[in-house]
Design a binder for this molecule. Structure first.
Ligand code: C2E
Ligand code: MG
Ligand code: MG
Ligand code: MG
Length: 292
């Protein structure tokens, strides 16, 4: 499966598959139009305290509301966005929208909510990317700590010297940095001590069969210990069953996301969730503390 090779090695097709080039050109053209016509939308997947279910934040996940074909998942269009380089514009669009959304939530009193955004290796490799992100964040007026940037190991390993300086700039700005799909990329662990990183996101592939795979338990336990020893937050991706959740709590991982808690939701559904949570005084100040 394409995704299993990681975000930056997505392949829509291989020449040997004989897929007509014309299809690609049409899709690429559609993607350009989608940007122009604002057809992309943000979905939000809750990140929760897995013991209490308390909502802590969300991961931003892009969707394409295609005028004819309906809602498309990233797997259907990010491969070509990566191949064509359009991902650089798409990621910037997502960052702007995400920061604007954080600003609206801040204004509504959800000031503890954190939003994470996936940034591709291509955007991350751009010269001046830290300044670009910094501009977007500053223009939105949000507290910089409300934004987390998700990067894969492969992205971080692209170019060591530049990576360190970009991460340092982002840290200085105050944004959080997460390593996405941790454990699946090509990297040496030594980078963890050199890079200013806040969060490890344990890849879903280790969780999927956690109950039945001693190897996955061993790896997960080790990543959790690694995070703990380095003073990092560890988040688990793809928790689908109570058994997985209970096991993760036993292993000492307390933050996670997955279908067990919630699927990625559109703004309307996520806003409803926020409002319900606010009434329970969990995210942000309760209404009574905030207003008279
Ligand atoms: P990711 O960043 O690792 O995001 C997690 C993916 O796992 C999401 O798929 C999410 O819907 C899915 N997921 C969450 N919980 C579960 C679960 O319990 N079970 C299962 N089976 N899946 C779960 P999605 O939304 O299709 O996104 C796929 C990938 O596309 C993302 O993986 C990320 O690499 C990329 N992506 C998404 N949005 C963006 C974006 O705005 N920019 C960039 N550059 N990449 C993005
Ligand atoms: Mg992610
Ligand atoms: Mg991930
Ligand atoms: Mg993943």
């Amino acid at each position: 499966q394409a995704k299993s090779q990681g975000r930056d090695t997505f392949r829509l097709y291989h020449p040997s598959m004989g897929k007509p080039t014309q299809d690609r050109l049409i899709l690429e053209n559609d993607l350009r139009n989608a940007l122009k016509n604002d057809e992309f939308v943000l979905y939000f997947q809750p990140q929760v305290d897995i013991r209490s279910g308390q909502l802590l934040g969300a991961e931003t996940l892009i969707r394409w509301q295609h005028p004819q074909q309906g809602l498309k998942l990233p797997g259907a269009f990010l491969p070509l966005a990566l191949e064509s380089g359009l991902i650089i514009e798409i990621d910037q669009w997502v960052l702007r929208q995400a920061c604007a959304q954080i600003a609206r939530w801040q204004a509504a009193g959800y000031d503890k909510l954190r939003l994470s955004v996936n940034v591709s290796g291509q955007l991350f490799a751009q010269e001046g990317v830290a300044a670009l992100i910094s501009d977007i964040v500053r223009q939105s007026g949000i507290p910089t700590g409300a934004l987390e940037i998700e990067l894969t190991e492969n992205t971080l390993m692209q170019n060591n010297a530049q990576t360190i300086s970009t991460l340092t700039d982002l840290k200085q700005l105050g944004t959080n940095i997460a390593i996405d799909d941790f454990g699946t990329g090509y990297s040496s662990l030594s980078y963890l001590k050199n890079f200013p990183i806040d969060t490890l996101k344990i890849d879903r592939s280790f969780i999927r069969d956690l109950e039945n795979a001693p190897g996955d338990i061993a790896i997960t336990r080790t990543i959790i210990a690694l995070g703990e020893n380095l003073g990092l937050t560890t988040i688990c991706e793809g928790i689908e069953t109570h058994q997985q959740k209970d096991l993760l709590v036993d292993l000492g991982c307390y933050i996670g996301q997955g279908y067990l808690f919630a699927r990625p939701e559109n703004l309307e559904a996520f806003s409803l969730r926020l409002a319900q949570q606010k009434n329970r005084n969990r995210v942000g100040p309760a209404v009574s503390e905030n207003q008279n």
